[in-house]
Design a protein around this ligand. Structure first.
Ligand SMILES: Cc1cc2nc3c(=O)[nH]c(=O)nc-3n(C[C@H](O)[C@H](O)[C@H](O)COP(=O)(O)O)c2cc1C
Length: 206
């Protein structure tokens, strides 16, 4: 396994062939996303796994008709909490207590820190940043499994929320990922070299 070779292999796949991916590989991608770090560990988002073709057809119309939406094996939709942060923080504290066999009282200081922090930030923007870290983990995991993927921001969030009924779940879609298999015959990008800035222009040594 060579991470850099895998990252060079992956590309934002424009055309997919509609074939499924093995469930074992999907499970690894999902676990990579779940195990990504988040600020304070709060994981303030959910990931929807959309396989249903009818739903994906509806999604496509609010994603500028990008073909990957229906040509992929499935779509992952990263959706952040819109509200209820205090209540969900309480649930998170309970999860820590249960997982680590700690008392709620011993976590009071940590909880107060979170409660002190939340009013100071734009919560949805902050949650979105957390979701993007997990999103990156998912892209890297897919590459390591030789599963094709497309990171996608080309969609109308409010419309996608309606298609997926996210409003009633208290969620807001922020970024989506197509997962599937490249269609080498149709995808013009497949043979093009990757474009990245040279190391010398990108990193700054101090
Ligand atoms: C957050 C994000 C959003 C993107 N949105 C789209 C999109 O909606 N549709 C698409 O075809 N590519 C999309 N891309 C793909 C980028 O254009 C692509 O990653 C970039 O040109 C680098 O190429 P590579 O991923 O093939 O190495 C997106 C990439 C990122 C990271």
């Amino acid at each position: 396994m060579n991470l850099i070779e895998d990252l060079k292999w992956r590309y934002a796949t424009k055309r997919m062939n509609g074939e499924d991916i093995p469930i074992e590989k999907l499970n690894v991608i999902m676990e990579a996303i779940r195990f990504a770090p988040t600020s304070m560990g709060l994981q303030p988002f959910k990931v929807l796994i959309v396989k249903d073709k009818t739903i994906r057809e509806k999604m496509k119309s609010v994603c500028y008709n990008q073909p990957q939406i229906t040509e992929s094996a499935l779509m992952l939709v990263f959706a952040v909490w819109k509200d209820g942060y205090e209540e969900k923080t309480e649930e998170f504290i309970q999860l820590i207590a249960d997982t680590r066999k700690q008392t709620i009282e011993s976590l009071a200081e940590f909880k107060n820190r979170i409660f002190g922090f939340l009013p100071k930030v734009d919560k949805v923007a902050w949650a979105t940043r957390q979701a993007y870290i997990a999103f990156g983990f998912g892209l890297a995991a897919a590459a390591m499994l030789k599963v094709d993927s497309t990171p996608m921001e080309g969609f109308i969030s409010d419309e996608l929320d309606k298609v997926l009924g996210l409003e009633k779940l208290g969620l807001k879609s922020v970024v989506i990922m197509a997962i599937g298999n490249r269609d080498e015959a149709k995808d013009y990008l497949v043979s093009l070299p990757k474009v990245r800035k040279p190391k010398e222009d990108f990193f700054i040594n101090y």
